[in-house]
Design a protein around this ligand. Structure first.
Ligand SMILES: [Fe+2]
Ligand SMILES: [Fe+2]
Length: 274
């Protein structure tokens, strides 16, 4: 079991955010903005799914997971609240969030479904988030040109995603979820997640007037497909999810713990699962 601490981030998101806040890089800014646009609705779905899955467990199986679930809910609730503040700032740049209404329509179709589906979708998304978090924490230099508060926002979120990457997966296993559905949902989530992320990034770039700049495409190629690019480095760990004996803790790294230990001055603990 993982001890999940809920932290309140000491950053001010009432102040405006620069148009190309990610070190002046239009592509990276549009990409991060797109991801942030998906967080409030996505993370609410993860909270609801994990809660519903937990409730469906018999009491003796709930007991060992109770603290972890509480920590998971606290962390994701904090993320969605802070990203909603960030999103309110970037929407002042004339961006429109198309991802959220699309996700809302899709999720409405899940009403009344077996709780294990929501938990499997959450576990698949959490694997994606964990891969993204690992990449961010391994390449903090991408955020070197950002204001410190925004660099803190993204690295704090990454560190906590790495911390709670097993919660949904463990609930799914405890619920006796099948291997076939776990993999089926991962395939679907991969298509939806990449499709939605790319569509929203293109929409953000179009609104920004930087879609057809050479520098935008060069940055996209380098940061997604280059040697240290997100998609290239994440492919092998993404594939591991399809192994029969996969568990999120197999991808342990110390980057999250190290970042949290080195940056204790930027947050306060508001609760812990302990
Ligand atoms: Fe999160
Ligand atoms: Fe998460």
């Amino acid at each position: 079991m993982t001890e999940l601490v809920v932290r309140r981030l000491l950053i001010d998101l009432d102040q405006p955010v620069e148009r190309h806040w990610c070190g002046g890089d239009a592509f990276l800014t549009a990409w991060f903005n797109a991801l942030s646009m998906s967080f409030p609705i996505g993370e609410q779905f993860f909270i609801d799914s994990v809660r519903a899955g937990f409730k469906a467990l018999p009491p003796e199986q709930q007991a060992p997971l109770r603290d972890e679930v509480q920590g998971f809910v606290g962390q994701e609730a904090t993320h969605r609240r802070i990203h909603a503040l960030f999103n309110a700032q970037i929407e002042k740049h004339g961006l429109t969030n198309h991802w959220e209404p699309r996700a809302r329509r899709r999720l409405a179709r899940m009403d009344g479904a077996d709780v294990r589906h929501g938990v499997a979708i959450t576990a698949a998304n959490e694997h994606f988030t964990a891969l993204f978090a690992e990449w961010m924490l391994a390449h903090p230099e991408l955020l070197d040109g950002c204001e410190p508060r925004l660099k803190t926002l993204w690295l704090w979120h990454s560190a906590e995603e790495a911390e709670h990457k097993s919660t949904a997966f463990d609930i799914y296993q405890a619920l006796g979820g099948s291997q076939a559905w776990r993999l089926r949902w991962m395939r679907r989530v991969t298509v939806f997640f990449l499709g939605d992320a790319l569509r929203q990034t293109v929409s953000n770039l179009r609104a920004d007037g930087t879609l057809w700049r050479w520098s935008t495409w060069r940055s996209a190629a380098r940061h997604l497909l280059g040697r240290d690019g997100l998609l290239r480095t994440s492919y092998t760990p993404w594939k591991r999810y399809f192994r029969r004996d996969f568990h999120p803790t197999q991808q342990h790294s110390e980057l999250s713990e190290r970042w949290l230990a080195a940056n204790a001055q930027v947050f306060v603990r508001v609760g812990s699962s302990a």
